[in-house]
Design a protein around this ligand. Structure first.
Ligand code: GLC
Length: 439
């Protein structure tokens, strides 16, 4: 129950916000920072997010010409991005003022960022999903502002399901069978490159998300419980890993073990996959003019395993202000602007379709008209399951690296699933013991 609380809280907050008047008026109360300042933002570039942030920066600079904002492009893979940030933090560099940070890094970034409670206008954070704000509060310090949320789903080709007389798969086994049927048919019809299913199999945080979904949907728990219990060495996860290893070179290209989000999207958008596991950003982009699948797909909750409920990985990105910044007040003003109601609305309306962290936006008719996904995110967000970043905190990346490395070794055939989970259990237990000893 405790473990599911974040997803449920999200839905509760959406429901509770019904009838609440727009709080965007708070945005207009925003003031420009005093004095001249240069602000550098370390931003992501997945899909078109870099362009979207640049447009946000341009709007801020038009409003506050005393602030000059520039963007630093960072690696697409979350794990690589964290590695880059850690070099900056190690050097305590003032070269970056604002960091775009992953939802699971709150405990990692805490020593390197300012307390945003010292900068946000009164009432500002009240408009956000309370659980998201709380997740970025470490010991009373607000380490980041939730900027957009993410819950992965199953993209499927509506035209191909119809062509082969198939229903939207609701279990992993149904997905495997449907992907095989469509792949066989499309290859026989002459598309040798056609894949049944694409997902994220590279050794990085994205694979942690995919494999965490297999694990939670089978066992109801992720790899370390909020109490620090390790949950990997069980028959259900061994079977799930064997099934996924069977996908590689089967219904998924051999190269899937090198795919991140963007590699999966490239295959999908070229029209070369029947199904894709990905985040909501691929929805608007997949319906873009340059997409071969525009109008030919939809998005459903991920398939379920033995646990009977889908378990989308709960993702999302926040904005944090560096403790080493020379202009923390100006940087905070930019972050506050970028995560504001009006700016989140613009971002959500863009083809990037960033999912807001402000519940009132999910009832905004303009947004629902523009992107039907918003009205259907409820069940996907409701079943979204957090990774174990609460318990592991500053050691989250160590835990995740052990997890995705073990999973990757099974996918590439280096280790059999049973041995991999036995070794992983020992490694995670050592880490948990270290974390407990340092508490
Ligand atoms: C998405 C999610 C993020 C996750 C990452 C993994 O960007 O928002 O939380 O860590 O994917 O690749």
């Amino acid at each position: 129950m405790v473990r599911k609380s974040l997803g449920l809280l999200l839905v509760l907050a959406v429901v509770m916000s019904l009838g609440v008047a727009s709080v965007s008026a708070q945005d207009t109360a925003m003031e420009c920072p005093e004095g001249d300042a240069d602000v550098v933002i370390a931003a992501g570039a997945v899909g078109i997010e870099f362009e979207v942030v640049q447009a946000q920066a341009d709007r801020f600079m038009a409003m506050c010409p005393n602030v000059s904002i520039s963007l630093l492009e960072t690696p697409d893979l979350a794990t690589d991005r964290l590695g880059l940030y850690q070099q900056y933090w190690e050097a305590q560099t003032p070269d970056v003022d604002i960091y775009q940070v992953d939802v699971i890094w709150a405990g990692i970034i805490a020593p390197h960022v300012v307390d945003l409670l010292e900068y946000v206008p009164e009432g500002y954070l009240d408009q956000f999903f309370p659980a998201m704000v709380a997740g970025q509060n470490i010991g009373g310090v607000q380490v980041a502002i939730p900027w957009f949320t993410d819950a992965a789903g199953l993209y499927y080709r509506t035209d191909l399901l119809e062509k082969y007389g198939l229903e939207v798969p609701t279990t992993w086994d149904e997905l495997t069978a449907a992907a095989q049927t469509i792949q066989d048919g499309e290859r026989a019809a002459g598309n040798a490159d056609f894949a049944g299913y694409v997902w994220q199999g590279n050794a990085y945080e994205g694979l942690t998300c995919d494999a965490h979904e297999w694990l939670v949907s089978e066992t109801g728990e992720t790899f370390i419980s909020p109490e620090g219990e390790v949950n990997v060495n069980n028959d259900a996860f061994v079977a799930a890993l064997e099934r996924a290893a069977g996908w590689v070179g089967g219904i998924s290209p051999e190269g899937v073990t090198t795919y991140g989000e963007e590699e999966s999207r490239a295959v999908w958008q070229a029209g070369n996959a029947a199904f894709m596991r990905n985040w909501p950003y691929a929805y608007g982009l997949g319906n873009g003019e340059d997409s071969a699948v525009a109008g030919l797909f939809d998005y459903a909750p991920l398939p379920v395993g033995a646990n009977g409920t889908p378990a989308a990985c709960l993702g999302g990105w926040q904005l944090a202000v560096s403790k080493y910044s020379d202009n923390p007040a100006a940087a905070a003003a930019v972050a506050i602007f970028m995560a504001s109601y009006d700016e989140q609305k613009i971002r959500a309306l863009s083809p990037q379709g960033a999912n807001p962290t402000i519940p009132a936006l999910y009832e905004d008719p303009e947004l629902i008209d523009a992107n039907p996904l918003f009205s259907r995110m409820g069940p996907i967000l409701a079943s979204a399951y957090p990774r174990p970043s609460g318990f592991t905190a500053a050691r989250y990346n160590d835990a995740s690296t052990l997890f995705f490395s073990a999973v990757h070794s099974v996918l590439t055939g280096t280790t059999d699933a049973k041995t991999a989970v036995e070794d992983l259990e020992l490694d995670l237990q050592d880490l948990v013991d270290e974390i407990k000893a340092s508490m």
